[in-house]
Design a protein around this ligand. Sequence first.
Ligand code: NG6
Ligand code: CA
Length: 518
Amino acid sequence: MKIFCLFPRITLCAYLPMLWLVLPLAIPGLAPAAFAQQRPNVVLIYADDLGYGDVSSYGATKITTPNLDRLASQGVRFTRGYATSATCTPSRYALMTGEYPWRKQGTGVLPGDAALIVPTDKATLPGVFKRAGYATGIVGKWHLGLGDAVEKDWNKDIQPGPNEVGFDYAFIFPATADRVPTVFMENHRVVGLDPSDPIRVDYRNKVGNDPTGSEHPELLKMKASPNHGHDNTIVNGIGRIGYMSGGTKARWTDEEVPLTFLQKAKDFIGEHRQKPFFLFYSLTEPHVPRMPSTVFKGKSGLGYRGDAILQLDWAVGEIMKELEHLGLANNTLLIFTSDNGPVLDDGYQDEAVTRQNGHQPSGSMRGGKYSAFEAGTRVPWIVSWPGKVKPAESAALLSQVDLLASFAGMLRQPLDPTDAPDSQDMLKALLGTDKRGREALVLHAGTLAIVKGNWKYIAPGSGRAYNELTDIELGNSPAPQLYDLRQDIGERQNVAARHPEKVKELSALLQQIKQAKK
Ligand code: NG6
Ligand code: CA
């Protein structure tokens, strides 16, 4: 019976003769290739705008994240794990396709009515799992476009979308919490839509009669920050980007969004516990508008942003508990990371700034979301697989673009040469047995930067150095920048003039990667 619990997918009587194949692989310390044959479930939990310094196991002192800390203490805590980009859509594009987003036009932050930007005829991260016989699901934020055109009827099936790029099941919202339409979609359909109250969405012109934030600021329960936008259609007392009308019963209640996603994620895990599964649990916290559930409001003392982080941490704990409860924890590889760095004021007056109380969401790094400096893309990154991955800290250089090739390698799924051109198989680094990781990686925040070993080079660019709306240094400079990250993680000393040979080497390498025929 004990063996039955250890291997919930194996009906003991039917598969007894196979046990000799499986048992030796469960022994900790085996090579990654042997681990892989166990076909673990994979749960990827992806935060939205969570900074390196927002997690207590990454140095936060003004906020405590006990569940992420538990995850980190039982797994590998990476200190040099990066999103490819300092905003959401491009990072997610890279995660899904294994291609650097700056290679492809139209992969910047998308409006809520954008068409799908992920190719349907190429390998994708979920597609790799699907090909290997996994059940695949996404629950949460999407932000990679839907349908084949901007003009679409939100009252009918909309495709292509997540289902056409590798997910058997999708329960998502289309873009961001601050963009219309503020509705959930289950596979191709808006959830809970009343056909007599059709939805219309427009990003250029007002549609319908719903009040907007610019016309009726007195109706807002959370004020928009001046000059940020977020003053189009008001939904639940919050001004959004974009206009919508109709779909009144289908509109989400912001306080319930994370609870809904959590329940759907748990349901997916429960329903697929007999079969290997890949779940992409794509959280909305702590992206704006931060509107935590009632029990979390006021809990952090840092305003709604801090409260949203506590709620995110709690949700991670709930997923861990669910896996433990179902007897799946030891056969589930869980990855936690974030799509880009942190921002305090991203468009709403939610007290993230006024109640900051010394909290440093970027840790000791410079910049934040939108920035070419480290805090734009270096994010918390934890990999846990109880009993298989030894608890450790790792400074291996890792990019989220690598997940696709790493899991294709693990699942022995061959990739076409034109697939996932920038993705490298980093499975050993992910499992903590290789402490080096990549040779080099490219970072993207308007301008491009390259990290190789301890050196970082930011290519000269004409973009603004500072964004006063978000109070973030963007890392742009007309001069080349070179930093020695080993001594200067805060990127304070531009040593380009002192090391012209390094500047030459890294700018040439960046050029070579840019021009590589893909
Ligand atoms: C920006 C929004 C910001 C946020 C971001 C996307 C303005 C002024 N700011 O354009 O509030 O929505 O897009 O964030 O409109 S991301 O994490 O999805 O990339
Ligand atoms: Ca984001």
